[in-house]
Design a protein around this ligand. Structure first.
Ligand SMILES: [Zn+2]
Length: 415
């Protein structure tokens, strides 16, 4: 892809209302556009990153045997009143009357919908377990949306729901999902750790949150640096200072909640009639779990923990492109060589952004640093005379001269 034809336009100035580093850099790199407070467009570069994150999640969710579906965002009030959550969510959920006098809400979560779907299809213990997920736009009436993609009124989430005949089976799957989540975070280039938390409007049980340490979070997490024990402030209130597991010192960190897993028990299945006949012929409510991951929030979190003064440093698996070619100067031979290199890399299946614009070297380097593509490849009169390419990893400071073959290897190596 040639940068001269690319839609995105980087900017030097930081948007006035942007406080958090991810908000600033995603706006300056033209990854996102702000329509209104808490409402964003994923521009072509931003969508590329988001799709990579979503693909990682799909691979991991399919890998643990869950199946993807897509539920509506628009929900009739009647289904939410069956669980009593229409009122619980008042203030947080967009609720409105249509022209024929029927009430609807925009879904902040989908337990009511999925449980009804499952209730109509599951009859026997032989039909269980099941795990179903979607990747979908969610809505939340935030009073003060802030921090860019970290907290919005409209955002994208992966939500998974599981259905089990026994608590033991649920417990096993809960751990399987936890492991899959840790793999997802690792592949996205962020360290997240599971934390005990309260379940809020979902369940009275203790649940598990996945927290990413950042400077920009709105949650406070207490972590034992010695053994990794962690809990959110509410849960850990009485413990403070000492770790209950190893007695080590507990430190306080600012974190972003990037995922949450809940044991729902049988509350939803009882209210919505989702039951099954067990081996002895007895009718029982299905045991449920739900598991959320904020995909746009993960995108912002990746930037929060992978950046420097000059811009974003994308981890290789979620980068919008793998290689950023820069041609320096106006020499026609340099341009021809850069073009040939783009064709060559693309034939090898490597995603390339080629900065072919008539700008100074300084401007091109600044933009490359801001956009944060993991590997930069420079073609200039100097490199051309040596028959080489100058490469530099975004995360490193040192550049070096390599052959085309070495460049292919560097581009294919995960970093
Ligand atoms: Zn400890």
């Amino acid at each position: 892809m040639k940068q001269s034809l690319y839609f995105a336009k980087t900017r030097k100035e930081t948007p006035k209302d942007a406080q958090e580093i991810s908000h600033k850099l995603l706006m300056r790199g033209d990854y996102i556009d702000q329509l209104a407070s808490g409402i964003y467009t994923l521009l072509p570069l931003g969508l590329r990153v988001h799709q990579k994150i979503v693909n990682i999640i799909r691979e991991e969710m399919n890998g643990i045997g869950s199946q993807e579906l897509l539920m509506p965002a628009l929900h009739p009030k009647s289904i939410w009143t069956k669980t009593g959550r229409w009122n619980v969510y008042k203030g947080e959920m967009y609720q409105f009357e249509d022209k024929s006098g029927h009430w609807f809400g925009l879904g902040p979560t989908h337990e009511e919908i999925i449980t009804t779907i499952v209730a109509n299809r599951i009859n026997s213990f032989r039909d269980l377990p099941q795990a179903l997920y979607q990747i979908q736009t969610k809505f939340r009436d935030e009073a003060r949306p802030k921090a860019g993609l970290l907290r919005g009124k409209e955002f994208i989430m992966k939500d998974l729901y599981s259905f089990h005949a026994t608590k033991e089976d649920f417990d096993k799957f809960y751990e399987t999902v936890t492991e899959a989540y840790l793999r997802i975070f690792k592949r996205c280039g962020v360290d997240a750790f599971p934390v005990q938390a309260s379940g809020g409007a979902f369940t009275k049980e203790i649940t598990r949150e996945f927290m990413i340490k950042t400077g920009a979070g709105e949650d406070t997490t207490l972590i034992c640096d010695h053994c990794g024990w962690a809990a959110n402030k509410e849960v850990a209130e009485n413990l403070r200072k000492k770790c209950p597991k190893c007695g080590g010192e507990i430190k306080q960190y600012t974190t972003v909640e990037a995922g949450h897993v809940f044991h729902l028990g049988t509350g939803f299945s009882e209210k919505l009639g989702a039951s099954f006949i067990d081996e002895n012929g007895d009718k029982k409510p299905i045991i449920m779990g739900c598991y959320g991951l904020g995909t746009t929030r993960i995108m912002a979190s990746v930037v929060e923990v992978n950046n420097d003064k000059k811009g974003i440093i994308w981890p290789s698996e979620v980068a919008p492109f793998s290689v950023h070619i820069l041609s320096l100067g106006s020499d026609i031979k340099v341009k021809q060589e850069a073009q040939a290199l783009e064709d060559y890399l693309q034939k090898e299946g490597i995603e390339v952004l080629y900065d072919d614009r008539d700008l100074s070297a300084g401007e091109k380097f600044a933009d490359a640093d801001l956009l944060g593509i993991p590997l930069r490849a420079v073609i200039s009169e100097k490199t051309l005379s040596q028959g080489m390419v100058e490469i530099k990893y975004r995360k490193d400071t040192e550049a070096r001269l390599v052959t085309r073959g070495d460049l292919i290897n560097a581009a294919k190596t995960k970093n």
